[in-house]
Design a binder for this molecule. Structure first.
Ligand code: PLP
Length: 351
C-alpha cells in the first residue's frame, strides 16, 4: 500500500471505557460522519461491548446504515429533520431530536413515535430557545418526548458559558409541562471537565477518536488514527535547488529530500507545506515545499531513508506521536475537520 490509516480500535475502546467511568452514566457514542472518518462499521462493532445506551448520528441515512449493520440499540438523529424525512426515520426506527414547534406538531400528526426535545441554550443552531418553552408546551403535553437535550458551544473553554447554558437547560426543563426521563447535554469537552455527569447519559465524540480538549485537560485520550505513507524516491539536492510547485523552499546547503506517497487528495492538507512535521524511524522530519495532490516532500538530511520506508504523518511512531491536535494547529484546521478529511482514497487498516 502507498498510504493508509492504521486505526487502533483497542485505543478507541479504552477511550470509551475511561469516559464512561469518569462520567458515571451510560455513553451514547457519536458516530456521525462515518464515525468522524474512522469507519462506522468497525467503530460500532468495537464499541458494542461497552453496552452504550445508543448511538448518535446526524442524518436518517446514517441511522439506516447503523440498522443495516445490525444495531438494535436506540439511534438518535441530532441534526434537525423536516417532515420529508419522517418516513425514512420511522422505517429505520430512528429517534429524531426536534425543536421547531411546527415540525414537532407534524411528527405527532403523522403518527408520532419516540422523539427528544432539543433545547437551544445559547448555540443558536438547533432547538427551541430555553426562554421560549411556551412555544412547544402544547406539543409536549400532547406527545411527551422521551428525552430532552442541549448542546454546549464552548465546553473545552473555562469561560463560564457551560454553567450559563446548563442553568438555562435546567430552567427550560422546569418550564416543561412534563419532565422527560432521558436528559443529556455533555459532549467530550464537558465530560472531561466534570465527574460525575449531572445528566442521564453523555454524548462523547471526538475524545473517543483520540482528540482531547487541550494539554491542560484532566484526561487525555489515546491516539486512534495513524496516517502512514511510503517513501517512493529519495533525492539529493545541491544548495540553491528548490522543492515542489512554486519553488517555495530552497536548500541552503546540500540536502536529502524524500518523496512520500500521500498528498492533499488523501487529506494531508496543502497548508502543511513548509509547516508540517512527519516521523521517520522515530525522528522528526520537516515538510519541504508545497504539499501536492498525491505526494509530499520531507527533509531526511541526516536520517537514514530509502524507498519503501514508512513515514508517519499523523499518530505514533516509536516513542514520538504527532497528535491530531498538533497537526490541526500546524495546518490551521480544527481536529474535527482533520479527522473527517482523512477519508478520501486512504484504505483503513484496523487493529
Ligand atoms: C457531534 C456532537 C456531539 C459530540 O461532540 P464532541 O465534541 O465530538 O464530543 C455531541 N452532541 C451533539 C448534539 C453533537 O452534534
Amino acid at each position: 500500500m502507498r498510504a493508509w490509516i492504521d486505526i487502533d480500535l483497542g485505543a478507541l475502546v479504552r477511550n470509551g471505557e475511561r469516559l464512561a467511568r469518569h462520567a458515571g452514566v451510560p455513553i451514547l457514542p457519536m458516530v456521525k460522519a462515518d464515525a468522524y472518518g474512522m469507519g462506522v462499521g468497525p467503530v460500532v462493532r468495537a464499541l458494542e461491548p461497552l453496552d452504550p445506551i445508543g448511538f448518535g448520528v446526524s442524518t436518517a441515512d446514517e441511522g439506516r446504515e447503523l440498522r443495516a449493520l445490525g444495531v438494535t440499540r436506540r439511534v438518535l438523529v441530532f441534526t434537525p429533520v423536516l417532515p420529508l424525512d419522517f418516513a425514512a426515520l420511522r422505517a429505520a426506527s430512528l429517534t429524531p431530536c426536534l425543536g421547531d414547534p411546527s415540525v414537532i406538531q407534524a411528527w405527532r400528526e403523522s403518527g408520532g413515535g419516540e422523539w427528544h426535545l432539543s433545547i437551544d441554550t445559547g448555540m443558536h443552531r438547533a432547538g427551541v430557545r430555553w426562554d421560549r418553552i411556551a412555544d412547544v408546551a402544547d406539543a409536549v403535553r400532547a406527545a411527551p418526548p422521551a428525552g430532552a437535550l442541549t448542546h454546549f458551544h464552548s465546553s473545552e473553554n473555562d469561560d463560564g458559558t457551560l454553567e450559563v447554558q446548563e442553568q438555562r437547560f435546567r430552567d427550560a426543563l422546569d418550564a416543561l409541562p412534563v419532565r422527560p426521563v432521558l436528559l443529556h447535554a455533555d459532549n467530550s469537552g464537558a465530560i472531561v471537565r466534570r465527574s460525575p455527569s449531572a445528566w442521564s447519559f453523555v454524548r462523547p465524540g471526538v475524545f473517543l477518536y483520540g482528540v482531547g480538549s487541550g494539554p491542560k485537560a484532566a484526561m487525555q485520550p489515546e491516539a486512534v488514527a495513524h496516517l502512514r505513507a511510503r517513501v517512493v524516491e529519495v533525492h539529493a539536492l545541491e544548495a540553491g535547488e528548490s522543492v515542489s510547485y512554486g519553488a517555495t523552499w530552497m536548500a541552503a546547503a546540500p540536502a536529502r529530500i524524500a518523496t512520500v506517497n500521500a498528498g492533499y487528495a488523501d487529506g494531508y492538507a496543502r497548508s502543511l507545506g513548509n509547516a508540517g512535521t512527519a516521523l521517520l524511524h522515530g525522528e522528526r522530519v520537516p515538510v519541504r515545499g508545497t504539499v501536492t495532490m498525491d505526494m509530499t516532500m520531507v527533509d531526511v538530511t541526516g536520517v537514514p531513508c530509502a524507498p519503501g520506508d514508512v513515514v508517519t504523518l499523523l499518530g505514533r511512531d516509536g516513542s514520538r506521536t504527532i497528535t491530531a491536535e498538533e497537526l490541526a494547529v500546524e495546518c490551521g484546521l480544527s481536529p474535527y475537520e482533520l479527522l473527517t478529511g482523512l477519508r478520501m482514497r486512504l484504505p483503513r487498516v484496523y487493529a
